[in-house]
Design a protein around this ligand. Structure first.
Ligand code: RBF
Length: 164
């Protein structure tokens, strides 16, 4: 089944019943992160995950996501984690360093723990891009696809790799 541009959904709807999901979300760009998180949770529950089995934890910014994700995965049994943040390019090199560190860090957490970690970070050149990609819509009221939905779907698919 083809989804929107760039997304290919699995042919069958994955069954998320019984899965335990950790969401770690950054406080930076809070409105955008909230929209992404809500869409991810909506997709998880539409695939059978109970909302009681979704724990949401806040961290300061995207740079904190890998450490917090690893620490929280060690505390309780989860089937999958979704780490959510929004990086918007500014005038300095921070964007590049944080994007690189958080991307590498999240991949490492997944491979080191054996628990899949979904990369829920938007790395945008402008706030407008972030608004469009989180389903909020830009200044011209054009709305885009909310990538949080894809992350919820990817989380169930990846969790099932370990469980079945
Ligand atoms: N965190 C984000 O989640 N998104 C950002 O766009 C972002 N931009 C930052 C820009 C600068 C100049 C700095 C200093 C930090 C930024 N952070 C951002 C916060 C970062 O991820 C982290 O929380 C802090 O650097 C503390 O470790």
């Amino acid at each position: 089944m083809a989804g929107h541009k760039g997304l290919t959904l699995a042919a069958e709807k994955p069954n998320g019943t019984g899965l335990k999901v950790l969401i770690v979300r950054a406080r930076w760009n809070a409105e955008i992160v909230e929209s992404l998180t809500s869409a991810a949770v909506a997709r998880l529950t539409s695939l059978g995950v109970s909302s009681d089995d979704v724990d949401v934890h806040f961290v300061s910014g995207a740079f904190e996501l890998p450490f917090a994700t690893k620490a929280l995965l060690a505390k309780k049994r989860y089937d999958v984690a979704i780490s959510i943040g929004v990086l918007i390019k500014g005038d300095t090199m921070h964007f590049e360093y944080i994007a690189d560190a958080s991307t590498q860090g999240l991949m490492r957490v997944g491979l080191d723990t054996g628990i899949p970690v979904i990369f829920g970070i938007l790395t945008c050149l402008t706030e407008e891009q972030a608004l469009l990609r989180s389903g909020i819509g830009g200044a011209d009221k054009k709305t885009g696809h909310n990538h949080g939905e894809d992350w919820g779907q990817a989380a169930v698919e990846m969790a099932l790799l370990n469980n079945h």
